[in-house]
Design a protein around this ligand. Structure first.
Ligand code: G3H
Length: 286
């Protein structure tokens, strides 16, 4: 499996790969069921918190087994790696892709940290995604909040700074902030698509990823994909589907053999993943 080729194919074919967060076996099943059914390449990803819970090596082993079983390419990504050490741990454990989130660092520190990650990752043939503009919100249920209060254009990606970051570090994928928030809000969000177009024109040879794939208007996502987004991260909608389905079940059954009741939460998450794969256009691209 050559991850660069998979990204390039998506870029050339005007579709994006869904990058789905995962921290338990049920979510693994839900994502891989959907990918197999729709014959779609996918990324399965875990943040520092998620991977610490499930285990680095466990994640790598599960990915390998499910990839063999489903026959679709599965790229394993460290999502929002917080520093060089965390990316190094993932690379050495056998991850296929790492995301260094340097958005909390000064620009100079971000350049240094990302360049260091790129050096190590490229030695292992692994692409690196970089982030310098903090993508606001969190992967949670914010349905009582107005999203626009977090969509401050002053915090959005500056294309020239993105160019300097990409040129000086050699990252392969750039995660921009163009109004995409982490989480679900009182209303769906619009993206600043003009800014996204400018970013693509400024760094045309760098792949672009879109974080905060929950709760964005579908039409904005479709347009972003035609403008060069090759990867869309999704977490909150899956988390909420899982929790709501599980809560409903637990309130209505006395069953204590938990494995006997997990079908419903798995189906609920799978439904979200199938919908997103269709939206991103990667159905049948495996
Ligand atoms: O990296 C993960 C994501 O960007 C998930 O965003 O929780 O809004 O779907 P989301």
């Amino acid at each position: 499996m050559n991850v660069y080729e998979i990204l390039k194919k998506a870029d050339d074919g005007n579709y994006a790969l869904g990058a789905f967060n995962c921290a338990n076996i049920e979510t693994f099943k839900a994502i891989t069921n959907a990918a197999k059914k729709l014959k779609s390449p996918i990324l399965i990803e875990a943040s520092d918190g998620e991977v610490t819970y499930i285990g680095y090596k466990q994640m790598v082993a599960l990915k390998q087994i499910y990839m063999e079983e489903t026959g679709v390419p599965i790229i394993l990504n460290l999502d929002h790696g917080k520093d060089f050490e965390s990316c190094k741990r993932a690379i050495e454990a056998g991850f296929d892709y790492v995301h260094i989130d340097a958005s909390k660092s000064s620009f100079e520190d971000a350049l240094r940290e990302a360049a260091e990650v790129v050096k190590l990752a490229h030695k292992h043939g692994i692409p690196v995604e970089g982030e310098i503009d903090h993508i606001e919100g969190s992967s949670a249920d914010h349905r009582s909040e107005d999203p626009t209060r977090l969509q401050d254009p002053k915090l959005f990606t500056d294309p020239e700074r993105a160019r300097e970051f990409v040129e000086k570090t050699g990252v392969d994928v750039f995660a921009s902030f163009v109004g995409n928030l982490h989480g679900i809000y009182a209303s769906n969000m619009h993206l600043n698509l003009d800014l996204l177009k400018k970013i693509k024109a400024t760094i045309p040879d760098t792949f672009l990823s879109l974080h905060g794939g929950s709760g964005i208007f579908d039409e904005d996502v479709r347009q972003a994909v035609t403008m060069g987004i090759v990867k869309v991260n999704v977490n909150s909608e899956m988390r909420i589907a899982f929790k709501m389905s599980l809560q409903e079940l637990l309130n209505s059954t006395n069953e204590v053999a938990v494995y006997k009741i997990m079908d419903k939460p798995i189906e609920a998450v799978q439904k979200v993943v199938e919908y997103k794969i269709g939206l991103f256009g990667s159905t049948g691209k495996a």
